[in-house]
Write a protein that binds this ligand. Structure first.
Ligand code: NAD
Length: 461
């Protein structure tokens, strides 16, 4: 049974990035008293003033509402977090290490070792960040070493599956909750900490499946899910390569195989591949960890998944050379003097996240080939400018394409999918378009006089 007051335990979220801020805000919305914590003072100041530091549909409104109700606060004090919370969720970053493929756990370590000494009463530390299997056990050791012995602090693991762009919905209405625990008490506390999610589901006549398991399985669920998703994308992108060689159309191929419910049509879109702050680093860290465990051979295919993904980025440059009739040598094409409009900088639409974005990686390649690149993205411009400084950015789609010899659509924002090829055609110097996301209708664009190239699609005329 949950301890007294645990019907509504007080929750803290350490790390208020895409994951932690969304959680803090949504769990306040579900009725919990919540404290968000970050070492980044500027981020905490913004959140405290009602500003979400990143773009996520629907989140601003919920932030302001729950700040006003007093359910939600933010802090930069570990002491305050320890005093306030019954359940502490670790949501800090776990990026790829600069010196290899493995995950950098230094932020996790710092969050736990700085919090633990202040924990004066029984509390639960729950890992949500994506980590190598074995991390929960290591955190348990850190807690044993750093928390007061008589406090009885426990550890649990509950990986996270939210998708940027749908994060509010994914947190309020998750398709499953995974719980890695070592005691009945931890299980009961985690149940209490998610009761708001279950109550909401009940009022909507839905069920939220829960899998209660051990630490290692809970940790592996997350990386296994990401490995599967990355593999599915690279599978269809490998088919795109074959379609290009054979003159076939991968979009129809995907539709046709996707009707088989064992395959399914989701995540089966060929394009410039996956990116973002999760999939690329997660499949690399997973390989590194499997190697350490002596199971490296089992994940060798993920290396290939990564390579297929990288090749798609280069394919856009190859298509650019083809369309612009420039020779493509071993060092790539010479695109000097060419004006390219790049539409999209974020790794996916409805987000401002440019971490390992295929669009920006292609922008770099085009610029390196000598092209003069104009980038436009509805939400990601500020982040993109910080990543790639030496290309030009425009404030509007029409400005980006004005005078362009080639237009590349690299993120499938609605604004681009709905763009009028006739109107854009009036602005460009040459009607040539690369549809890196297969999100435009080639028939309509070709009818408007554009030379169209998709990914894994034949030449339309
Ligand atoms: P992020 O970079 O947006 O946020 C991480 C935050 O942690 C930053 O604000 C940083 O200042 C803060 N931080 C660093 N050290 C800290 C410390 N010692 N104490 C408190 N805060 C600290 O990253 P994110 O996208 O939110 O991802 C966080 C974790 O969640 C990662 O492990 C990621 O793989 C995982 N994840 C992310 C998503 C997603 O869609 N973004 C989905 C599922 C899982």
């Amino acid at each position: 049974t949950p301890p007294s007051g645990a019907a509504r335990p007080r929750l803290t979220f350490l790390g208020t990035g895409y994951l932690g801020a969304t959680y803090a805000i949504c769990f306040a919305e579900l009725g919990y008293e919540v404290l968000g914590f970050d070492v980044d003072k500027a981020k905490i100041a913004m959140l405290s003033e009602g500003q979400v530091p990143f773009h996520e549909p629907g989140l601003d409104e919920l932030l302001r509402k729950n700040l006003a109700s007093g359910k939600l606060r933010f802090s930069t004090s570990y002491e305050e977090v320890a005093d306030f919370g019954d359940v502490h969720f670790i949501c800090v970053g776990t990026p790829q290490r600069a010196d290899g493929m493995a995950a950098d756990l230094s932020y996790v370590e710092s969050a736990v070792t700085n919090l633990a000494p202040h924990l004066k009463r029984k509390a639960l530390i729950v890992g949500k960040s994506t980590v190598p299997v074995g991390t929960a056990e290591w955190i348990e050791q850190l807690v044993r070493r750093h928390a007061p012995a008589d406090a009885g602090v426990e550890v649990a693991w509950s990986p996270e599956f939210l998708q940027e762009g749908f994060a509010v919905e994914d947190v309020l209405r998750p398709n499953r909750i995974i719980v890695g625990v070592r005691s009945e008490w931890a299980n009961a506390m985690l149940y209490a900490a998610h009761k708001g999610v279950f109550d909401l589901a009940m009022t909507e006549d839905r069920e939220v499946p829960v899998v209660v398991t051990d630490f290692a399985t809970a940790e592996l669920v997350k990386v296994a899910a990401n490995a599967f998703l990355a593999t599915k994308i690279s599978f269809i992108n490998a088919m795109a390569e074959v379609c290009e060689a054979a003159g076939a159309d991968v979009t129809l191929l995907a539709r046709a195989i996707g009707y088989d419910p064992r395959i399914g049509n989701k995540f089966l879109r060929a394009g410039v591949g996956f990116g973002g702050g999760c999939l690329p680093k997660d499949i690399r860290a997973f390989q590194a960890r499997a190697q350490e465990l002596g199971a490296g051979e089992a994940l060798r295919f993920l290396h290939e998944v990564d390579l297929i993904n990288q090749r798609r980025r280069q394919r856009v440059v190859q298509l650019a050379a083809e369309l612009l009739e420039r020779p493509y040598g071993p060092a790539g094409p010479d695109l000097s003097g060419v004006r390219v409009a790049v539409l999209g900088a974020t790794f996916k639409p409805n987000s401002d996240d440019v971490r390992d974005s295929p669009a920006l990686s292609i922008v770099r390649k085009l610029a390196r080939s000598g092209a003069q690149v104009n980038v436009y993205d509805p939400e990601g411009m500020e982040n993109a400018k910080r990543e790639v400084g030496d290309v030009s950015y425009t404030k509007a789609l029409t400005e980006a394409v004005a005078g362009a010899d080639l237009v590349c659509v690299l993120t499938e924002w609605e604004e681009f999918r709905n763009a009028d090829p006739q109107a854009l055609g009036e602005l460009v110097a040459g009607r040539k378009v690369i549809d890196g996301r297969n999100c435009l209708d080639p028939v309509v664009w070709t009818a408007a006089g554009w030379e169209y190239r998709g990914m894994g699609r034949p030449v339309f005329s």
